[in-house]
Design a binder for this molecule. Sequence first.
Ligand code: AMP
Ligand code: ZN
Length: 334
Amino acid sequence: SDVYKRQVPTDAANHNRKSISLLVKQVVEKNNFDTNPPDLICATRGPGMVGSLASGFTLAIGLSVAWNKPLVGVHHMLGHLLVPRLKSNGTKPCYPFLSLLVSGGHTIVVLSKSLLVHEILVDTLDIAAGDAIDKCGRELGIRGNMIGKELEVFLNNHKDQWNQEIKFDMKEPMQNQWDRKDVLAYSFAAFNSQVKSSLKKYHNSEIPKDEKIVARMAHLTMKTIFKHLISKIKLAIKLNKDKMEGVTDFVCSGGVASNILLREMLQQNLSTNGIKNFYFPEPRLCTDNATMIGWAGIELFEDAKLTTDVGTTVFRKWPIDKILDVDGWIKNNE
Ligand code: AMP
Ligand code: ZN
């Protein structure tokens, strides 16, 4: 989670290793899994920090061996991508569909043609949108362990300040200019430096005492980050006309996706671009969670008949367009 990301990897891995066995022990006791185990074990296999991944994945292997139940090693981003399909009441996104996966670690636009075929249309050249939001929020004096969420609460308390005049220079990056046109990529590194230099230019490098002024700055910053997210989705749709044939469903998932302003801006801007149905998972399913990994594992097991060999390990890197291109998959034909 966000808390682990800010610590050094070994701390995070140690923390994970200590907590996971105790948590699983509780779950096993509560559900009597020792006498009546679940039918399927799903665990995240990558991408991410190997130390943290290994603690969960290795325990999952242990359970799979002990209970003699199949194991599925799940791709983290596939979890984010498929979680809106979990909802059984009502409609769910159908292939081909477009997703914006926007979290503290990733910012990608993905075109999903089927359960196993995904293409990344836009990726970030530097940091993720959530990371930029956290950095800008901190720069503007927002505190807490989930800055993005705190920032949303703060801005909701100051709705009357939104779009009010403010001396603050905030430009959307990667826009067309004389020497570059239609660059299909995100860049979020410059947002924090823009906040810094505006504070320097207009406020002696100090956070204004008046919360209302801070709210105007924060809103403009958030809005511009979200505009950047949307501009490149529109560009991806424009530059991939043939591939977008039949795409009417749109998913937005990942921690930042719980932001209501972002959801509204996406709906406003993309409905004129062929998107008819928007799927926003409920906030607790947007941030990293076990439900999404379990669900993606069930889809892989039931629809693609895939399981993972127990003699495998985790991956630091595992591109989502190469789900099957790794060792350890077992195709189960009935
Ligand atoms: P994840 O990496 O999926 O766990 O998501 C964590 C990231 O989402 C962090 O960068 C948070 O600041 C960001 N985030 C969480 N909630 C919100 C929100 N309501 N608005 C904007 N960003 C958020
Ligand atoms: Zn995530």
